[in-house]
Design a binder for this molecule. Sequence first.
Ligand SMILES: Nc1nc2c(ncn2[C@@H]2O[C@H](COP(=O)(O)OP(=O)(O)O)[C@@H](O)[C@H]2O)c(=O)[nH]1
Ligand SMILES: [Mg+2]
Ligand SMILES: [Zn+2]
Length: 229
Amino acid sequence: MNEQARTVRMPMVGRVLEANDDVAAMTRGDLARRGVFAIDLIGAPGSGKTALLEATLQRLKGRRRPAVLVGDLATRRDADRLARWCDRVVQISTGEGCHLEAGQVRVALDQTNLEGVDLLFIENVGNLICPVGFDLGQTAKVGMFSLTEGDDKAAKHPYLVAAADLLLLNKIDLAPHLSFDRAGFEADVHLLNPTVRVLELSAVSGQGLDEWIAWIDRGISAVQGETPE
Ligand SMILES: Nc1nc2c(ncn2[C@@H]2O[C@H](COP(=O)(O)OP(=O)(O)O)[C@@H](O)[C@H]2O)c(=O)[nH]1
Ligand SMILES: [Mg+2]
Ligand SMILES: [Zn+2]
């Protein structure tokens, strides 16, 4: 057998904590009662999660009332970046934890004034693998890939692709400098999740942000039982 080509299948790091799902269900109920559209944003370190949230918060200023939870092993650098644009930001320090869990989100929400909040962003720990298996009580899971990661990453991370309600392909401004097969990437995505939308965008140039904001607006309308404009 060709050793280089051998594949060893590993079980998904998944629903190891049933208690996690119970806590997530409570959070989901609370957020739904409050009319909060909650997004769990999952992507690799450096894919541009915080950059996208910075650009998004700027665009939503004065029009929506967002809150943000951001998970990292260490530092509150992301929270400091985001606090420039939003006054309800909580950094969750996970220590050695490589994903957020529902209990951490619940504690952070208890420390957040949710009065009037209609939108919650949860920036998960930079990791494409185990965050997928931990329900946080979100309304939607958004997966982020970026051009600098290479066009094979959707195929290599099937659980995120399959679980995502929306996939973002960030750093599209760098396309002229990279050999990234966008059609091949989309084909891999749609083999794993035929209906998911792939939204190409750039947190830096702003390309695609109108569509992203429109998707968020539709999510808020749906949660609040409004007819979308
Ligand atoms: N060219 C380009 N750079 C980006 C874009 N989004 C993020 N970056 C850069 O990528 C790096 C990592 O971004 P960051 O938001 O910290 O990623 P995170 O770890 O996923 O939160 C930073 O240097 C950003 O300026 C983008 O759309 N285009
Ligand atoms: Mg970040
Ligand atoms: Zn983990």
